[in-house]
Design a binder for this molecule. Sequence first.
Ligand SMILES: CCCCCCCCCCCCCC(=O)CC(=O)SCCNC(=O)CCNC(=O)[C@H](O)C(C)(C)COP(=O)(O)OP(=O)(O)OC[C@H]1O[C@@H](n2cnc3c(N)ncnc32)[C@H](O)[C@@H]1OP(=O)(O)O
Ligand SMILES: NC(=O)C1=CN([C@@H]2O[C@H](COP(=O)(O)OP(=O)(O)OC[C@H]3O[C@@H](n4cnc5c(N)ncnc54)[C@H](O)[C@@H]3O)[C@@H](O)[C@H]2O)C=CC1
Length: 718
Amino acid sequence: MALYRRIPGAIAVITLTNPPVNALSCTVREAIYETVKRATADQEVKAIVLCGANGKFCGGADIKEFSREMRGPPLVPMIDMIEESEKPVVAVIEGVAFGGGLELALGCHYRIAHSGAQVGLTEVTLGLLPAAGGTQRLPRLIGVPAALDIITTGRHVSAQEAVRLGIVDKVTDSSAMEEAIEFAKTVAGEPMGPRRLSLWTAACPEDLDSLLEGALVRIRQRSRGALAPVACVQAVRAAASLPFAQGMKKEQELMAYLFTSGQARAMQYCFFTQRAAARWTTPSGASWENTKARPVRQAAVIGLGTMGKGIAVSLSRAGIPVIAVETEQKRLKAGRKAVNSMLTRESQKRGLAEAHLGSISFTLDLRKLRDTDLVIEAVFEDMALKKQIFSKLSSVCRPDALLCTNTSGLNIDEIASAASRPELVVGTHFFAPAHVMKLLEVVCGPRTSPVAVATAMQLAKRLEKIGVVVGNCSGFVGNRMMRPYTEQAYYLLEEGARPEEVDLVLEEFGFAMGIFRVMDLSGLDVGWRSRKELGLTGPKLPPGTEARSRGGKRYSPLPDILCESGRLGQKTGRGWYLYEKERVATPDPWLQSFLEDYRSRFGIQSRRVGQDEILERCLYSLINEGFRILQEGIAASPEDIDVIYVSGYGWPRHRGGPMFYAWMVGLPKVLDKLEHYHRTHPDIPNLAPSSMLRKLVARGSPPVHQWRALIQQHSSQL
Ligand SMILES: CCCCCCCCCCCCCC(=O)CC(=O)SCCNC(=O)CCNC(=O)[C@H](O)C(C)(C)COP(=O)(O)OP(=O)(O)OC[C@H]1O[C@@H](n2cnc3c(N)ncnc32)[C@H](O)[C@@H]1OP(=O)(O)O
Ligand SMILES: NC(=O)C1=CN([C@@H]2O[C@H](COP(=O)(O)OP(=O)(O)OC[C@H]3O[C@@H](n4cnc5c(N)ncnc54)[C@H](O)[C@@H]3O)[C@@H](O)[C@H]2O)C=CC1
């Protein structure tokens, strides 16, 4: 609702009240209409102050209403009514003014913000555009280039930047409410015409076309195939070239097109599932609601390699003091240098004073960890080494210290078996680069205690990451699903495709990078090491094993052969591609002739592999593994799998995540295709459709949110 009160000085105060974020639900919109009408009609009111309860102006439209029949007064005429008021309306922006919340504020005549506030037209992140006049008023207020950036990215703008750009009129460190009330008194009685943004003209650069073209290129790089940012560009073009009323018409047309799109559904699904992941449960009945996390006042990181450095920076950025441990002086020195320069860059980028960062001390001595609350091990992916470290930690650390491992796929329970308190061992699987990537898989072994899970999930929140609780199996959720996906990509090369063809299909689908470019970036030796560990190649492989078969199933030795010949990806200048100029991937004629030789050596008839087959074999085999994971209870829900893929593996947000995508495509189609590919390639492991997929199809392909109830997993780990 919106509360109305009169205060001395002939001011009416209207307070949006709809916890937690004062979203503009039907009831709130009705109340705004009513209270604004009341204030404008009241002869004794000279000015109106519009604010939000509990220190938040407004989180925008109520997103939950988008999937229901829309009721109540629409936003656009409501904002127009505010703008048309002859009495000044001053918006008090505390906390957030996002989406419709900022559009509401843009309809007001003045905006006063608290210094801690953030504003933004975030609709594009929900597959929409700011269709309550935002695309038309913001360019008129701050000019086309700045508005274009804010509208097409949906980024959050600090109060300081907002005042610099002219989005708000004033920023205050003290009470924005008091400031606004005093200000409202000074402008009461002035003509409001000049403050109505709909009457302004948008300041537009001469080279508008090249500005908009540049934005489209950036959008294509950032989120290929996404409709909303492209529609945003079209709406801003309308603001730059059309009168307000016509611009609004264009805005509405574009919104109508986006509103019912599958992409908007997918992105709104991502918004809610990301938040739902925090509400974890375990079969024992423990949950986020009934389990208290331990406080983490001091942490340690063991190993300052690729991952350890980023983890240490993340902890420090959250204000947690860190002790970083290495094995030898040279590595310690290199680690310290890298971490310090990452921290300097971070503090410059975020405008953080170094004092806000947690201190980091560096040591070779594990005994220094005796007072830490939580240790994160990030040494080589080697079971024996990890067990040795966990055994040492048990004798060094306090008995209640939480012991975390960053293993990307080893058995958590085996690692825990080396610790004296296995219930305090938990997997915290960060993603590279650890100080950037949002995902944290919290891996729960059979002996992991609820308090360990709660503490790791609480840590994720403190590090501004998205924690998802998963069960213990080789590769957990994310990496386990990647395996059949990458294997399909190798098989496609064997059958006649080229790496650039496979990558192009995946990039057209929306991945920022195709799988071969990803492998070149992270280093082919990462997978090689794990295949050697699993005995699929290298010294542990039994002599006489057939080159293209393991355990009676098809195996592709292609990546092993590349590694053996020193092609490890970008770091060696060649992998699946050639890198003559640093980081620029070019198709390599050597690889092409190598593949031809390989095919003729193994008698493989090369064929043209179509784009549909590339996409379906790669994605459906990944999705099929997702169904198996659900069936085994390794993930609690399809939503959790989707959060993992969107936030950790670059799955395009506008496709919702693999499980949501499968449902959008149609589960019967996914099943049909898997059956077809399984028939044509019976030797490929894991192409046989999972029984979970069959069960869902048999039940009429219910929507994703109903799957959890149908799983009824007796052996669920979660
Ligand atoms: C034929 C078709 C015709 C088509 C025509 C259609 C016409 C429709 C016209 C509509 C025009 C409207 C244009 C418009 O106004 C669009 C919008 O405003 S879209 C919404 C934009 N807002 C946002 O993007 C903000 C989203 N929220 C956030 O970013 C964060 O929640 C926020 C920073 C505000 C707070 O963060 P934090 O404190 O960390 O809290 P949580 O994120 O955990 O949120 C707490 C809780 O609140 C729920 N929630 C948050 N925002 C909203 C919201 N806007 N609507 C509904 N619910 C919201 C959130 O989900 C959490 O609850 P859970 O239960 O945990 O999920
Ligand atoms: N690199 C990646 O993309 C990802 C790796 N991981 C996992 O994170 C862990 C670390 O991986 P990376 O950082 O890539 O390895 P890395 O090889 O870059 O670094 C490992 C570091 O551990 C140090 N170390 C080894 N033994 C030690 C000991 N006893 N005490 C202290 N330090 C020791 C080494 O000196 C080295 O600096 C592995 O388990 C890996 O599977 C997880 C997610 C992604």
